[in-house]
Design a protein around this ligand. Structure first.
Ligand SMILES: Nc1ncnc2c1ncn2[C@@H]1O[C@H](COP(=O)(O)OP(=O)(O)OP(=O)(O)O)[C@@H](O)[C@H]1O
Length: 408
């Protein structure tokens, strides 16, 4: 009984609106927002199709206005969806004649690809609010949807009652700020490119502000996290390989307030290095596809603030104390890792090349290992399942509310 009630509240409609596709006659989309997702119901002459975009796949949304067209054509007062250019509300380039408010919703959804492994695809849903004559009224509607979606994305409670107050806080601003530590030398030297091209667009779509610091030399990141006030940031995202993550974690443990930091400041990694063992392991743990877009699961987790606790290993040698998060290497593997540094220009291939070299000249090491067998069962990862669809969403979809200008 309780389960059923819970399901009912999850599926309770928070917002609902009817939209049209400019280019298709007699094609109506009902768009519903519930706590679990954005439901698109396509009603055409002969059938009804439906797809739910789960809230966990949505990263954010933005309200924009249409941009003034350079060559104004009097025969086309309504911007065509495929030629639509949009700007911020504050822009000097906005088109005063178009009183519509455009809500851009950004989602990364699993596509039902037959025969191949699952992957996430970027999908943009544009909702054009144009029922009213004044931009302010259309914007109020769009902002109501925006605020509700953003709150749900952040895991906050949204009820039908609270939605009526959303218009009061129109100028809702994101306060989350991430610290990005990017190693420009990681992997084959593409750390900066990866950040600018793969991560920045996702941060912008999610409207997550950030402070970026490029590491200038070995141990820069370690010193940075040891000496700075980390509480000014909501989390640390490292762009690089396992080496730079190692620096950050060990830098944290060199602080006197390390226990406070590890409880309050999550650390994430966007793979930019050669091996990227931690980023791969996290993607595997979360059942997120790592290939063909390795940076995607990490960037999405960073903007959504998704985090789970992670075990660390404290290693004491005669001369130092270290914290390890993947493995503690000794012998052949460490030799390959450290000595292949000179082949950095080959990216991840450096490990294969140096493995062959070391196997040819195999060294032997003597040692003893003591261990305690674990009686704790291995934890099972949460499986994110593909939610059924029969709509086959395109990468971009433009829907709009009805207006007097629309004529069949
Ligand atoms: N600006 C820099 N110049 C030279 N070295 C740097 C710089 N910034 C950081 N480093 C060093 O580069 C080392 C390797 O970096 P990182 O782990 O990001 O890449 P990787 O070694 O290619 O990846 P992986 O560890 O996953 O194989 C780090 O241990 C760090 O000390």
């Amino acid at each position: 009984m309780e389960l059923k009630q819970d399901e009912e509240t999850q599926n309770q409609i928070l917002l609902e609106e009817t939209f049209y596709v400019l280019t298709k006659k007699h094609c109506v989309f009902k768009v519903r927002l519930t706590k679990t997702g954005l439901c698109l119901i396509k009603e055409s002459e002969h059938n009804i199709k439906e797809q739910v975009i789960p809230i966990r796949d949505v990263i954010g949304c933005r309200c924009l206005r249409s941009k003034k067209q350079s060559k104004h054509c009097t025969c086309q007062s309504i911007p065509r969806s495929n030629s639509l250019e949009v700007v911020e509300e504050s822009s000097l380039e906005l088109d005063d004649e178009d009183t519509s408010a455009y809500l851009y919703i950004y989602a990364y959804i699993f596509q039902s690809t037959k025969g191949t492994s699952k992957k996430r695809e970027r999908t943009i849903i544009t909702l054009r609010f144009r029922s009213f004559d004044k931009y302010e009224d259309n914007n109020k509607e769009a902002q109501k949807w925006r605020t509700a979606i953003k709150k749900l994305v952040r895991g906050e409670t949204v009820t039908n009652r609270s939605i009526s107050d959303f218009t009061l806080s129109l100028k809702h601003r994101e306060t989350r700020k991430l610290l990005i530590l990017c190693n420009p030398k990681s992997g084959a030297g593409k750390g900066k490119y990866i950040f600018q091209e793969k991560v920045v667009p996702i941060l912008q779509e999610a409207e997550v502000p950030f402070d970026l610091f490029m590491t200038k030399h070995a141990n820069f990141a370690r010193d940075f996290v040891r000496t700075n006030n980390l509480y000014q940031w909501t989390g640390i995202v490292v762009v690089g390989g396992d080496g730079i993550v190692f620096e950050v974690i060990n830098g944290i443990f060199e602080r006197s307030d390390w226990s406070e930091v590890i409880r309050n400041i999550p650390v994430g990694v966007v793979p930019g290095g050669s091996g990227n063992g931690l980023a791969r392991s996290i993607a595997h743990h979360c059942s997120e596809p790592y290939m063909p877009h390795p940076t995607l699961p990490a960037a999405l987790a960073a903007v959504k603030g998704r985090c789970v606790p992670m075990d660390l290993v404290r290693v004491e040698t005669r001369s130092q104390i270290l914290f390890s998060f993947l493995s503690v290497g000794w012998g052949l593997l460490s030799d390959i890792d450290i000595e292949s540094e000179r082949l950095r220009m080959f990216g991840g291939q450096r490990f294969t090349i140096w493995s062959v070299a070391r196997l040819i000249g195999l060294r032997s090491y003597g040692g003893k290992v003591w261990y305690l067998p674990s009686d704790v069962p291995l934890s099972r990862s949460e499986k994110f399942e593909f939610t059924g669809s029969n709509l086959d969403l395109p990468a971009e979809m433009h829907l709009e509310t009805e207006s007097d200008e629309r004529k069949y």
